[in-house]
Write a protein that binds this ligand. Structure first.
Ligand code: AHM
Ligand code: MG
Length: 346
């Protein structure tokens, strides 16, 4: 007689809730709860969502485009074969600029502020993004992502400027990331809670799958590029020596390092633990960029109950002075971040 099947398999968000909470509906519900809302934020978010779908679709065909790309600089359709991170950048810029909701954008891929062409309205929001974070992972089919943050403009109506971009993380209106992994997810927060949506490619929509994500107070995983050990400060070295050694108060922490901040932070948010990219002798100011990597992730992790520091100060309190400014990061469960800071500041 066949054994009874006891394992339950989730058949996905659409079937779990008959109507399914789409990201679209989630945004509209939020807008209705705010009588002063004009729909600009929802409109901008819908464009980001569209860009994420287009990038996700291209990322899933990355191996195929590479095969086409090898034949020359144009593919069989006669189009230029672009590197995926350039492609992702172009998709976000072109999707968002025409919407009329932003006045300026900042991207990891573009040296200067991205202004909005004069044929489009200049909006009241400011978008910063890393179009394809961890793009070194593309060739090995490991997870990559898009990171974004939204601020309100601080300059008078008209074209936005560097002043709009150089705002603290504490002024963020919303931040999020899209992870292109075994499934694609969009995780975002407006500061009150963090919600995660999983993409259903059959329907072409993101469905709420991880409502109100809370990071554990303490985890059991540390995430750092330990190959840089010999370049770290003594404090960072001592912290890593400590965290991977069992003692009377703790088991040894496990090491996980995917090498794409989006994927490492996603795991840290869901499982707890700590993600660190410290300053070292090669990266004296740290490696990760404040405005479109560290700040949005710090905003999300804090909204989920976690902590985010540059080793001394709260990341969200840093006043940026440059568009591509770098910062050390210690992000994760509050108790794990506190432990790390005790060592690096000893
Ligand atoms: P990228 O935005 O140019 O892809 O680089 C940023 C990435 C992060 O996602 C990741 O955490 C880190 O750089 C990996 O750096 P390293 O290879 O030095 O460990
Ligand atoms: Mg990046």
């Amino acid at each position: 007689m066949p054994r009874a099947m006891t394992r339950t398999v989730s058949i996905g968000p659409v079937e779990d809730t008959p109507l399914g909470m789409t990201l679209e509906r989630h945004l509209l519900d939020r807008q209705r709860r705010m009588p002063e809302a004009t729909g600009d934020f929802t409109g901008l978010f819908q464009q980001i969502m569209l860009a994420a779908k287009i990038i996700g679709s291209r990322v899933s065909k990355a191996g195929l485009s590479d095969i086409l790309g090898r034949t020359g600089t144009t593919n069989v359709q006669g189009e230029q074969v672009q590197k995926l991170d350039e492609f992702a950048n172009t998709v976000i810029v072109q999707t968002v600029e025409a919407g009329g909701h932003v006045c300026v954008m900042g991207s990891e891929e573009v040296e200067n502020p991205i202004t909005i062409p004069s044929q489009y309205p200049q909006g009241k929001y400011v978008l910063q993004f890393d179009p394809l974070d961890g793009s070194g992972n593309i060739d090995i089919n490991a997870s990559i992502g898009t990171i974004f943050s939204i601020h309100r403009r601080v300059t008078p109506p008209g074209q936005g400027s560097m002043k709009d971009l150089l705002q603290k993380g504490s002024e963020i209106v919303a931040a999020g990331y899209v992870i292109y992994g075994s499934s694609n997810m969009l995780v975002y927060s407006t500061g009150d809670q963090v919600d995660g949506f999983t993409y259903d490619p059959g329907v072409g929509e993101f469905f709420l799958s991880h409502p109100d994500i809370r990071i554990p107070q303490r985890g059991g995983i540390y995430s750092i590029n330990e190959g840089n050990y010999h370049n770290w400060s003594e404090g960072t070295q001592k912290w890593v020596d400590w965290i991977k050694t069992p003692d009377e108060n703790k088991k040894a922490y496990r090491l996980r390092y995917i090498g794409a901040m989006v994927a490492d932070i996603h795991r840290t948010l869901l499982r707890g633990g700590i993600f660190v990219y410290p300053r070292d002798v090669k990266n004296k100011k740290g490696k990760l960029r404040l405005l479109y990597e560290a700040s949005p992730m710090a905003f999300l992790v804090e909204a989920a109950g976690g902590a985010a520091s540059d080793g001394k100060n709260r990341i969200l309190d840093i006043q940026p002075t440059e568009l591509h400014q770098r910062t050390p990061v210690f992000i994760g469960s509050p108790d794990d971040v506190a432990d790390a800071l005790r060592f690096v500041n000893a």
